[in-house]
Design a protein. Structure first.
Length: 163
């Protein structure tokens, strides 16, 4: 996998998917973000096995695509690296299947990555019967019922809202 992308675009999408990563993960690979570069664009996926967030960057928003591929990069490291890059253009290149080089301006980082074959195969299926609710109504509904959520994780089914 080898591509160049604008710092602002990749950082925005990385921050979005990292919301799915739990600090209490006991499975090391779930602390990573799956980068999947295809003909269509770049898919970023993060999961804690209960929640999964997938973000898509269309090919039009990627500056240059030289080679497609898949790699899993540690989430805490990649977000910090991208955030602190000096230039607005960042180049990602996978070497030997499990190593990635990230370059921007005069900065260069070499990271060991996880094997993409070890990442859980989680599929998101789109439902054809969507429900559309205005955001202010949804916020109001949640604020009127959130007081009843349990803060104890002994009975996980009581720690959420049933919509």
């Amino acid at each position: 996998m080898k591509f160049k992308i604008d710092k602002k675009i990749i950082l925005e999408n990385l921050i979005n998917v990292t919301r799915a990563i739990s600090s209490k993960n006991i499975i090391p690979i779930l602390n990573g973000i799956k980068f999947e570069l295809s003909i269509d664009g770049l898919y970023l996926t993060a999961s804690d096995s209960d929640l999964m967030i997938k973000s898509f960057i269309p090919k039009d928003n990627i500056l240059e695509v030289e080679q497609e591929g898949i790699i899993i990069i540690q989430s805490d490291k990649i977000v910090d690296i991208v955030r602190n890059m000096p230039s607005n253009e960042i180049e990602f290149e996978v070497l030997d299947g499990l190593k990635i080089v990230i370059k921007s301006g005069t900065s260069k980082y070499n990271l060991n990555c996880f094997d993409p074959n070890d990442y859980p195969n989680i599929k998101i299926e789109e439902n054809k019967n969507n429900v559309v609710i205005e955001s202010n109504i949804l916020k109001q509904m949640i604020s009127q019922t959130v007081f009843a959520i349990s803060s104890q994780e002994l009975r996980p089914f009581l720690t959420g809202l049933n919509i």
